[in-house]
Structures are given as structure tokens and as C-alpha cells.
Ligand binder design. Sequence first.
Ligand code: G4P
Length: 527
Amino acid sequence: MKHQTEIEKRRTFGIISHPDAGKTTLTEKLLLFGGAIQTAGAVKNNKIKKTATSDFMEIEKQRGISVATSVMAFKYNGKQINILDTPGHKDFAEDTYRTLTAVDSVILVIDCANGVEAQTEKLMEVCRMRNTPVIVFINKMDREGKDPFDLLDEIESKLNIKVRPLAWPIGMGDRFKGVYNIYDENLNLFSANKTKISDEVVSFDDLNNPELDELIGEEPAEELRSELDLINGVYDDFDPETYLSGEVAPVFFGSAVNNFGVKELLDAFVRISPSPRGRETDVKKVEPNDNKFSGFVFKIHANLDPKHRDRIAFLRIVSGKFERNTFYQHIRLGKKLKFPNPTSFMAQDKSVVDEAFPGDVVGLYDSGNFKIGDTLTEGEVMNFVGIPSFAPEIFQELQNLDPMKSKQLDKGIKQLMDEGVAQLFIQQPGNRKIVGTVGQLQFDVILHRLTHEYGAKCSFTPKNYHTACWITSDDEAKLKDFMRAKTGNIAEDKDGNLVFLAETPFLLQMAERDYPDITFHKTSEFK
Ligand code: G4P
């Protein structure tokens, strides 16, 4: 019974956005409402402002800060809320994709002036693959932006999801007067307020009440009435089930920096968002209320101190109860491990936990046992699925500059790949190491760490590939033909799966057309 109560209390989610839409600001305000921090400004900005030119100190700082803010837990309205941080910088997108496998829902922040941006589309694609429930928060309403109806249309068409406004803005920019909460039938009047949590909320179950005209003016009141009529005519009533199945995204409006609309968002989130959900394994679906403990590693973080190669593996608990100092089965290695100091995170603080429940994330100190995607159980042999690698976008060949140091290089690159910093493809002849990433910055991080942490001497040469696709075929002979014809473009990934490296989208299309018996997969997970 206690176990069930613990599960139902938990809400584990991620906030995603295109950089600068307001993810950090919103996170901070949520922590403020949750009492996890006392003043605004406490969540450090973990953004890297520079792109190609590498400032290593900044990279190091990023690594340090993101450990501290990887999971932010707080209590609100009787719920235990776990926010999993997702790096905003696009070069770390793959880290974000993987974190999304560990959440049960997301809040998507959109800048009202910029609408749906490139990074938003990519992140939402990953959410759509898993039918993750999404709540949209349209931010920066204190600035002039696009028309709210146009924004909703843009979200529907670009993100391939239906929307349902649960709040509606009254004006924007200088004329921004507040937000009408459609769900609770009340009006929240706007006042620019960056630090305090105080809102002036007036209930309106009858919008024809002339008090509305007095509060916001006759014209805006009329406009609000007709827009709400339109909304109720155009959009179906909100059905929480369609939100939970990932078909419909409820939409809220506000201004995170002014603390405005954030409480409405949080209250609605707590009311409608899902408690921890089950996860598929290669054997069966595991439900949170299964008695036996199970979980998977979705993120690995290297320790800041290069002298100790300790790492922290982040484990999402899927079922049962995780307990400190108890032996669990590491399925891939086939051995039992126990953890004397599992760590939980609370805003900026870390503390040792004795037990943790489904939906929770614990940090496990690791000396090299874990890879991303690893499963831990009480003994049952099964592996969680759905933590794929995604096709990288930039490729460079790693060259060893000192034959005396090849051991250091091999060890270093293996460990960095286990952490999921990038993907390694081996090309024949000569075991050539092609490293694939989603951003240039990763190459700087890899070189820096191989040199400073592992003592290797190496360099990268750019390769002219555009994407990597995993290839399979039911017809062994056809696959061999293809590999013969494309020798220079074939490689193997870390698990020995065959990969086709294409120089341009056109060449990939040609290959797909010319070899219909070969299937080209965009992620490493296929059956
Ligand atoms: P991100 O994590 O999504 O990248 O965005 P972040 O929260 O860092 O916000 C990006 C910028 O947008 C910040 O300004 C932030 O203050 C501003 N911002 C966030 N919410 C609102 C809002 O509701 N209204 C307005 N007008 N601005 C908002 P900055 O100048 O980049 O940084 P800062 O020096 O102000 O912190």
C-alpha cells in the first residue's frame, strides 16, 4: 500500500525548449514555488554561450554545474516532483534525447515571438516517438509576439500534435493584462514581478459579469469573450486521457521571468500529469507497482576531478524499491553490485538516500561498470529498451599522434563512448575510428578530455559524412552486395551493428531507392 502511495505521489518530467525560450527561468520559478530555493537567481545558468571556439574552462564548468542540476526534486501539493534537467545547448542534444527516455512527461516552453524553432521540432520528434504527454507553456507574453491563434496553428502543424488552450492571454507586450484560466474560470491579472510569489486572481464563472470590463477595460473584455467563444467552438473540450496518450497538448500562457502564469501551470501539471509509468524490456513490460526492483541508466557523468576517474551513473527507478547497500544484478555484465552511497538531488544539494521509488532518479558512484542503457534488477534477466542512439550529424576521424600512447587513447575513447559523449564507428581496413556527434563542441570536449584525463595524444580530421543509418536486411546476400558496392561507406557501431555513412541526403535517398531490400534505420534500436 505504501509502495503504491509513493508511486502515485511522484511526477518525473523534463522541460524542453529551443535555447533562450526561457527553460532555465521557468525551472527556477518552479523551484521557487516548490520552496526548493528561496530566491531567484539560485539556479546557475548552465548555458554555454560560445559555440565553435572552445573555452575549456567553460566546458569544465558546464560539466560541474550539470551534475548539480541534473535532477531537481521538490515537494508541491503533496507530490514529489522530479525535474530532470536537459542541456539547452544544441550540441548536447543527444544527452537531452536520452534524458527524455527517463521522464514521464514534458513541459515545452515556446517563446511567443519566435514560435516553434528548430530545436523544438527535434525534441518533440523524440517525445512523439514515445507518446510522451506534453504541456505547452507559451512564454514572454510581456513582449510583443505572434498572434496566439497563429501560435496554436503553428504548434499543431509543425509539431504534429493537437493543442487545447487551458488558459488565454489578454493582450501582449505593453497591452498584456493577464491570463484567463479556462480550466478554473478565473482571471489572473498581470503585474511585473520578478521575485515574489503573489498574484491577483479573480474568479469569474460568468464572463458576462460587468466587473470584467471594469478590471481590464471594455474593449479587451469584449475581445476576451469573443476569443473564448471561438476557442470553445474550435477546440474539443479538454480530455485528460488524450493528453496522457500524447495526442493533445494543453497550452498555457505566461511570463516566466515575471513569475506570471507559472503557478497556474504548476497547479495544472500536478493535477493532470502522469505518475511514473512502466517501461518495456526485451522480455515484458515492467510496471511501477511490480514488487521487484528494476531500473536503467540514462546518463553518465564524469567526475570533475581528472585524477579520479569516478563517474556518476544516473539510474531511473522503474519498479519496486531501490535500497542502499543491497546487491542488484547488472544484467549486461552478469554480476552483482551494491551501492553504499546512492545520491539523491534536491536543487543544489546532494544527499545519500536509503531508499528510492519508481520515478526517482539516484546517482550511483561508478568506476567504469556502467554504460548508457544498462539495466539493474533484483535478479530477473531483462533489458530495458527504448534508449536508442540517434543518427549523428557531424563526423570526424580520430587520429593517434603517439603510437606509444595508443592504450591510453583506446581506453579513453571507450570510456567516453560509454558515457554517451559521442558515437564511435569503426571502419575497415585499419580499424579507423570515426566519431559521430550532433555538435562541434563535442569534439573539443573529447580532445580535451582524452588529453587531460587519459594522457593520449590525438587529433581529429573532418569527414565528409552527413548522416549515419543502421542497416539491416532479411536477405543476407543482398546485404553483402550492398556492403561490397559501398565499402568506403560501411562501418560498425559499438555493438557491431552495421552502419551506412552517407555523404549527402541525396546519396542516402539513392541508396534507399537502389537497394529496396535493405532497411535504413535512423536510430540504433530496431527489431
Ligand atoms: P533557456 O534556458 O531556454 O535558454 O532560456 P533562459 O531561461 O535563460 O531565458 C533566456 C532569456 O529570456 C533570459 O534573458 C531571460 O531573462 C529571458 N526571459 C525568460 N522569460 C522571460 C519572460 O517571460 N519575458 C521576457 N521578457 N524575458 C524572459 P537574458 O537577457 O538572456 O539573460 P538574463 O541576463 O536576463 O538572465
